[in-house]
Design a protein around this ligand. Structure first.
Ligand code: COA
Length: 336
């Protein structure tokens, strides 16, 4: 179910209209996290183009997002794979032709599944590198000239407090900070994403484009976590949070996470609003981790792809991973 009430996709601290007259271009914009980010931007005044592979899903999400603000223009452009630069470029050109500019970009399209290296074919590894790393590069490459134009047209800080422009944001992860079993492909891909953004910050900062990364931790209710976290492990985690009376009443309670809870899409949308707002005018090349401190205990919490009781390194030595995660393939196996 889509999160349409403002408190579901952003906190009440932001001022109406702070993105008025600006246009966001969002890959993966029909997904759980990126649609919340887009909703918050649109609610606060922006128009948007959301990009995805599935035509119906992308167009339906655009219609849904547009409902958060009267007069909002949100275009869903389906049949675009971030691995294909040409279709992405056409989508960016269409966005500018129909909405007038691209001022903010979110490179959010991502692919993931649980697999040990032993079960990872070269093509499986490449699929994730292509979607996440190459996809982020392609998204940046297809939009960067528009962002440079936007930054020049909307210099900030300024005296009239008009919204800034020229902001690039990539969605990454924290797995590569330590390495993580069953996530070699995503760890490598997201390390590449962070590296690309560092270079964009250095090369385009002098032209006014601010480029940053958000690294979410576990976010409740998302396709990503359906693919990574065993439903049994989540259940046990919630039960132990309750038994410990850890932050009573909080949703998504988690003894494994220093903040005591999983993240929400609203956490990520709030971080996005900050980075695109005038409050972040001089934030460039930054990786904003929004995970409740989770990565500092990586592996200390429930772990990716593990059922309760599966311990490192025994599960690797025996070749067991959970079959209580969404596999994404037609056939599934718990033994690799
Ligand atoms: N474990 C191991 N290998 C897997 C796998 C799994 N669970 N799922 C897919 N693969 C392999 C495939 O077998 C294939 O390798 P092969 O050709 O050697 O057999 C390779 O990955 C590509 O799979 P394919 O389905 O052809 O790729 P795709 O481009 O259609 O899909 C994925 C890309 C695999 C990343 C797919 O999961 C996807 O589309 N994900 C998008 C949604 C998503 O992941 N959201 C969460 C974001 S956090």
């Amino acid at each position: 179910m889509s999160k349409q009430q403002p408190h579901e996709f952003m906190s009440p601290v932001w001022r109406d209209g702070i993105f008025k007259g600006r246009v966001a271009f969002v890959t993966g914009g029909a997904g759980d996290i990126c649609s919340a980010q887009t909703r918050a931007l649109v609610y606060l005044g922006a128009d948007a183009c959301i990009i995805g592979r599935n035509v119906e899903k992308t167009e339906a999400a655009a219609i849904d997002i547009a409902k958060v603000r009267k007069g909002a223009r949100v275009i869903g452009i389906g049949n675009v794979d971030v691995r294909n630069f040409e279709t992405l470029k056409k989508a960016a050109d269409r966005c500018v032709a129909e909405l007038g500019s691209i001022d903010f970009v979110i490179a959010g399209a991502a692919g993931n599944f649980v697999s040990p290296i032993a079960g990872l074919s070269p093509n499986a590894f490449k699929a994730v590198i292509d979607i996440d790393t190459l996809g982020t590069f392609n998204t940046m490459k297809a939009t960067i000239d528009h962002l440079v134009e936007s930054a020049a047209a909307h210099i900030s800080p300024n005296d009239d407090n008009s919204p800034p422009g020229g902001r690039f944001l990539a969605i990454s992860a924290t797995f590569h900070y330590t390495g993580l079993p069953l996530q070699a492909h995503v760890s490598a891909a997201k390390a590449g994403v962070d590296a690309i953004v560092g270079s964009v910050a250095l090369e385009y900062g002098p032209r006014g484009v601010m480029a940053n990364v958000i690294a979410p931790g576990p976010i409740e209710g998302t396709e990503g976590m359906e693919r990574l976290a065993s439903t049994d492990a989540i259940k046990e985690e919630r039960e132990s949070a309750n038994a410990l009376q850890l932050r009573p009443g909080i949703r998504g309670g988690s003894p494994g996470i220093p903040s005591g809870r999983w993240g929400t899409v609203r956490d990520i949308a709030d971080a996005t609003v900050f980075l695109f707002s005038a409050a972040a005018d001089n934030v460039n090349g930054h990786v904003l981790v929004v995970d409740g401190g989770s990565w500092r205990r990586q592996g200390g919490s429930m772990g990716v792809g593990l059922d309760p009781g599966m311990q490192y390194p025994s599960f690797l030595l025996s070749g067991e991973v959970s079959n209580k995660v969404k596999d994404g393939r037609k056939t599934t196996s718990s033994k690799l």
